[in-house]
Design a protein around this ligand. Structure first.
Ligand code: HEM
Length: 504
């Protein structure tokens, strides 16, 4: 009944063996999965949660991962960008309302609403407007999944005696987590899938459709094969014809694995930007350069937002939503003189690695320049683990990166994020309960980006185009005085462009 020990390893060489070189010994994750020795939970239970990719094991995991990988390639993710734009517009309206009422904004609620909208639209094919409609059944059941209280007697039984619980679940068809929610998601997606099969022209380029397409056409195309990460992670799994229930389960994983992680990261990023105005200025400059006057953000724009990507990576280094990633050893093995027995779990402590001075000098400083290509090249790639590592890393990494970059670009282009309380500062204290949550909810004040001195000067520049009078030039000089240093070069260039435009 008692579990084998957990070996916590921060040595990056040993972790390389576990996550990559000897992956065949460490395919499975020690999930809080209930199973009897020798039984594979993914195969033995009909519960929706037992069929999601995160908990599948061995060959079954390889087959399902190989089958759905084509839905997550860069090429496929491109199509999702336009869906995200609709959700961004709603978030923009919500933030604007906070600007108008001049009240501090609860970042968790704003970012959570956005992240839920993205998931509802892309994986469940519904326009739920989670950012306004708290009462929709989709939100109710999604909350039910995340609201499982660890003090619930069933959850306690599960945590303390997983094997007994596994037995109960199988013999009594006792579904711990969410019988009603299971029914709700199954009924909803079954009817959408049926409709799409009957009327293919009604299909939308969302994640659900990508998943349905991989089941029919699961071969990777040429572009996908050129994708380095996918080629490296070729698992040799069979492409399966997923059952309806298995397909629905993979949609559910976007909710389970993608909601909280993306929402938390976005809310930490915005908060950190409010505490570091000079970094927010650099983001603003990059966004203006890349987006110009466009209001819709495309996948091509996202590819050019290099500094925003550095900011998000630095946020994930400091506040990774996962605190550990683990693999369970399936065959005895000796790595660097350490014997690891079958059944032992090897865990990588992400925070220890991300705050190790050897990997990141002055680790409590928020410094996105740690993620320039030059700095990254100097570091062991295993020193950055927010998405795990190796063939079983986060399959939704690109999905999350696109979603997050678009959200940051959209917001910083329009709004200026400021601390709601001047005493706020670094480091952000985390909840002592062991999960990556701030100790207290994070609030920010918001102003329109146009109120930022940059905005003032740009207006003056526009005026300058039509009149070269003395007054305008004086205002330019005054405005310039308030422009943060980080933005000045950029402005100089734009100023020259306007003048040149006038002359020609
Ligand atoms: C900032 C956002 C995210 C973070 C930080 C994150 C982090 C992680 C981590 C640490 C793992 C474990 C990796 C390992 O064991 O090596 C993981 C697995 C996974 N993630 Fe994410 N994730 C994010 C977003 C998403 C999204 C948006 C999706 C879905 C669209 C997703 C789907 C998954 C799945 C399915 C797995 C299990 C993969 C497998 O077992 O083969 N994640 N994620």
């Amino acid at each position: 009944m008692f579990e084998k020990p957990d070996l916590v390893v921060a040595d990056l060489d040993i972790l390389r063996h576990v996550f990559v070189k000897n992956f065949s010994h460490f395919v499975n994750r020690r999930f809080a999965a209930a199973r009897l020795p020798g039984q594979n939970r993914g195969n033995s239970s009909n519960a929706l949660l037992a069929k999601v990719l995160t908990v599948l094991e061995d060959q079954h995991w390889k087959d399902v991962r190989s089958t759905i990988t084509p839905a997550f390639t860069t090429g496929k993710m491109k199509n999702l960008a336009f869906l995200f734009n609709d959700c961004l517009k709603i978030m923009g309206e919500i933030v604007s309302a906070h600007v108008d009422n001049e009240k501090p904004m609860d970042l968790k609620s704003v970012c959570g609403g956005f992240s839920m909208d993205v998931i509802a639209k892309s994986a469940f094919a519904i326009d739920v407007d989670a950012q306004h409609d708290e009462l929709s059944p989709f939100i109710k059941f999604a909350k039910e999944i995340f609201g499982i209280k660890m003090t619930d007697p069933k959850a306690m039984l599960f945590l303390l005696f997983p094997q007994i619980f596994g037995l109960l679940e199988r013999t009594l068809n006792f579904n711990l987590l969410f019988t009603e929610a299971d029914e709700f998601f199954t009924t909803m997606l079954t009817s959408v899938i049926k409709e799409r099969k009957e009327r293919p022209k009604m299909s939308k380029p969302d994640f659900l459709q990508l998943l349905l397409n991989t089941v029919v056409d699961s071969k990777l195309n040429k572009n996908d094969l050129e994708d380095k990460e996918i080629a490296n992670n070729n698992l040799g799994g069979k492409h399966l014809q997923l059952s309806l229930r298995e397909t629905i389960a993979q949609c559910l994983i976007v909710l389970l694995a993608g909601f909280e992680t993306s929402s938390l990261t976005l809310h930490f990023t915005l908060y950190l930007l409010s505490l570091h105005p000079e970094i927010q200025d650099k983001c603003f400059d990059e966004i203006c350069d890349v987006l110009g006057d466009t209001t819709e953000i495309s996948y091509e724009h996202v590819q050019k937002l290099h500094y925003i990507e550095q900011v998000i990576n630095e946020t994930l280094r400091m506040y990774s939503p996962s605190q550990r990633v683990n693999r369970e050893c399936s065959k005895d093995i000796t790595i660097k003189g350490i014997k690891i027995e079958r059944g032992v779990t090897v865990s990588a402590p992400i925070y220890v690695i991300h705050y190790d001075e050897k990997n990141y000098p002055d680790p409590y400083k928020f410094d996105p320049d740690r993620f320039t290509p030059e700095e990254k090249a100097k570091r062991d790639p295993l020193a950055f683990l927010p998405f795990g590592y190796g063939p079983r890393n986060c399959i939704g990494m690109r999905f999350a990166q696109i979603e997050l970059k678009m959200a940051v670009a959209f917001l910083i282009k329009r709004f200026r994020f400021l601390p709601s309380d001047p005493s706020q500062g670094m480091p952000i204290r985390l909840s002592p309960q062991g999960s990556t949550k701030p100790e207290k909810p994070l609030f920010n004040m918001c102003r329109p980006a146009i109120n930022h001195p940059l905005g003032v000067v740009l207006i003056v520049f526009t005026g300058l185009k039509s009149s070269h009078g003395e007054t305008t030039v004086t205002i330019v000089a005054l405005g310039w005085h308030f422009v943060p240093e980080a933005s000045q070069n950029n402005l100089r260039l734009r100023f020259l462009e306007i003048i040149r435009g006038d002359i020609s």
